[in-house]
Every structure is written in C-alpha cells, then in structure tokens.
Design a protein around this ligand. Structure first.
Ligand code: GLY
Length: 354
C-alpha cells in the first residue's frame, strides 16, 4: 500500500492507494478516531462494498450504522442532506465520531458536505469507489450539494481525515462509468501533464482498465500540487481544475442523458475551440483534445441549445459581475485562467464544435 500526503496550510492527510477496504478499521484506529461511525453510501456501492467496510469497522471496535441513498446527482439535494443530518443527530453522533463516504463523486460531495456542517464539522473519511471520484472528487476537500438550476452551488471546504482507494473497486464499474472517469483523467492531462496526455494517446483504449493503476496516482499527484498551492481557490490556481466544467456544468444541469464526465468532455472540446477562436491555442491543440475525447468513447455533442447553456453559465461560480470567466488551454499541459467570454461568443460558436 502506497500513500500520498496532501499537505495544506493547517492540516495534512494521507491518501492510501491500492489499499484493501478491509483495512479501514485498522486505519481508523491508527488515526486515533472512530467510536460511532456512520457509513453513507448509495445502492450501487453499498450492495458491493458496505458489508466488508462494516465488518472491518466492527472488528476494530466501532459502532456502525449504514445509510444508503439513491445513486446519482438527484441525491445531492437539501432534502437528502437534511435526512442524513437528522440521522446523525438521532444516532447521537459527537464531534469525535466519523462519517465515512463510500461511493462515487456524489457520495463524496454529499457526505463530505453533511460532515462539514453537522456540529459545525465532524471528521470524515473518504472511500471513493469510482474512477471519477478517485482521480478528482475525493481529493481537495470540496464538498457540495446542488440547487435545481446549478451544480455545487451550496457547499464548504472540508478536508477528509484520510482517503482510502481500493483499486479493485474499479473492476466492478461498467464501461460508461470508466469512460466518465477518463474525462477527468484527460482534464488533468490537458491542464498540467503533457506526459500523461501522450500516454493517453499511445495506449490502446480497449485496454484502458489495465492502466488505471497508473492514471489514479498520476492524477492524485497533479491534484495534490494544485490544491497545495491554492487550497481554497483564492489565487487563481485551483481554478484550472475547472477546465471543461464551465460549459460542462451548464450541459449537465440541462441534460437528461449526459453524466458529469460526458458533459465535461463536451465542455473540454468546446472550451478548447473557444481558446482557438480567441487565439489562445492552435487549431492542432483543439484537434488533439477532440480526438482524445473521441478515443475514450466520450461525446463532443450535447443536444443542449446554446441559449439554455449560456443562461445556466451565469450561475457558474467563476462568473464575476455577470461575465463568464473561463479556463482555457494555451497548449497541452498548460492553461490560462480568468478569460472573459461573452454570451454572444458562446452562442455563435456553439454549433461549430458540436
Ligand atoms: N473538482 C475541482 C476541484 O476540486 O477544485
């Protein structure tokens, strides 16, 4: 088992890589926490992994309760968060007790958010079981729920006590779930790593699963470097992780078909096209990003109108004085932040890259 330490200004925590879920009880003890543990999971992850997690926690002397929510973004709401908070309170959880997030990005965001506000913040341990959550959502302490018109509009920074990644959980994922995780792998490569981008070009996409053990630590290291320099997105550095997400979130909130990774894929292609149109990157950079997205079976078209997307983008967290601010690639491995783009530019280019 390897570990990567995320070192922030006031706190640091380990990310245990390739660590079997049955080690959780031992790790909780090692970190001097535990007592009452509330495991928050969804129907998919819970069915596969909650028993092993519960057994491990109980064997280490913890009292354990499991709460299961419906899979998907529809669980990132005030109602679901309220029900979890109510359960925490009725279970008489105290500040030293622990919430465990067991699942994908939705569970990490939701359980992390609940732990950030219950009793003004209790400990939480993140166990991301999807590729998307391992390469992005579980690192860096962003927690959130959605509002009906915008993603992640309510949330807090709340760092996990530690993160456990068991790579064998990725073996259970359907192909579409691997693909949506690959969108965040491609994003990490475009913003910070030409080496990872070239690796993604070189390998055979039908053998993606064989390479996950390489992608996950690479992406954790990229994210570590970003969040360590700009923990709370105050210096214009952490913003780079939003590449593809300005258009992506607008698509996701309007789409009934595309998931997060798929929406971000369309967003990455669109934002690279806008970068080309603004003279920030070359046409060949646009072609490279588009063909990599296609190679990993991810979409470049959304079926959403430019007008609907432009309206949703006004709620993007980077928007300032009603103006959209984008993260755009300069070349593979480097991006520029704070680029202003008008609604007219979005609307007039929308059909050109879709
Ligand atoms: N997922 C973007 C961030 O953590 O900042």
């Amino acid at each position: 088992m390897k570990k990567i330490i995320i070192s922030l200004k006031k706190e640091k925590y380990p990310v245990y890589l390739d660590c079997h879920l049955s080690k959780l009880g031992y790790l909780i003890k090692q970190h001097n926490c535990g007592g009452k543990v509330l495991v928050v999971t969804d129907e998919n992850a819970g069915k596969l992994f909650s028993q092993i997690v519960v057994n491990s926690l109980k064997a280490a002397g913890n009292k354990v309760k499991v709460l299961t929510v419906k899979p998907g973004e529809s669980s990132k709401t005030f109602n679901v968060a309220y029900n979890l908070l109510k359960e925490c309170s009725l279970y008489r959880m105290e500040r030293t007790d622990v919430i465990v997030a067991l699942g994908g990005g939705v569970i990490c965001d939701l359980a992390g958010f609940v732990s950030s506000i219950y009793l003004r913040g209790i400990r939480f341990v993140s166990i991301p079981t999807t590729l998307l959550a391992q390469v992005d959502a579980s690192i860096g302490g962003k927690t959130a729920i959605n509002l009906p018109w915008g993603k992640n509009l309510v949330g807090a920074f709340h760092q996990p006590f530690f993160v456990v990644m068991d790579f064998s959980t990725l073996e259970t994922l359907p192909d579409r779930e691997i693909s949506q995780g690959m969108a965040e792998v491609i994003k990490s490569a475009v913003i910070r790593s030409k080496k990872l981008f070239n690796y993604l070009i070189k390998i055979d996409a039908s053998e993606t699963r064989k390479h996950l053990k390489y992608f996950v630590p690479e992406c954790v290291l990229i994210k570590k470097r970003v969040v360590e320099t700009d923990e709370k997105e105050e210096k214009g550095i952490r913003e780079i992780l939003n590449f593809g997400h300005t258009i992506g979130h607008a698509i996701e909130i309007n789409s009934k078909k595309l998931n997060h990774g798929e929406s971000v894929s369309v967003g990455m292609v669109g934002e690279t096209f806008l970068a080309f149109k603004k003279g920030i990157c070359s046409y060949s950079t646009f072609e490279k990003v588009k063909s990599l997205v296609e190679k990993y079976c991810l979409p470049t078209k959304s079926g959403i109108t430019a007008e609907a997307a432009a309206k949703s983008m006004l709620f993007d967290k980077k928007t300032k004085d009603g103006r959209y601010r984008f993260v755009l690639p300069v070349r593979i491995g480097a991006v520029k932040t704070g680029i202003e783009i008008t609604p007219e530019e979005i609307i007039s280019n929308w059909e050109k890259w879709q």
